[in-house]
Design a protein around this ligand. Structure first.
Ligand SMILES: [Zn+2]
Length: 77
């Protein structure tokens, strides 16, 4: 008897795909699925990004950086 229950399939740590134990060594992640999985794991960070950007752009440092970037862009034209 096995000391611990081992499920026949395990999620791939990179892409989240359910992979049979005996096929783990041959598994190659689907890149589109891997991207979806990474974005899903980072969803809170991704959702927070927009507000963090708005907060930054309204801060003194953000306003200065935006002004500097615009000045630099105009100089290059
Ligand atoms: Zn994978």
């Amino acid at each position: 008897m096995q000391p611990f229950f081992e499920p026949p399939h395990m999620p791939c740590e990179e892409c989240g795909a359910s992979v049979a134990r005996e096929e783990r060594d041959e598994h190659v992640c689907d890149q589109a699925r891997r991207l979806d999985y990474v974005m899903f794991r980072l969803r809170e960070e991704v959702e927070a990004f927009d507000q963090e950007l708005v907060d930054y752009l309204h801060s003194p440092q953000g306003r200065f950086d935006a002004w500097l970037a615009e000045r630099e862009r105009k100089r290059r034209c």
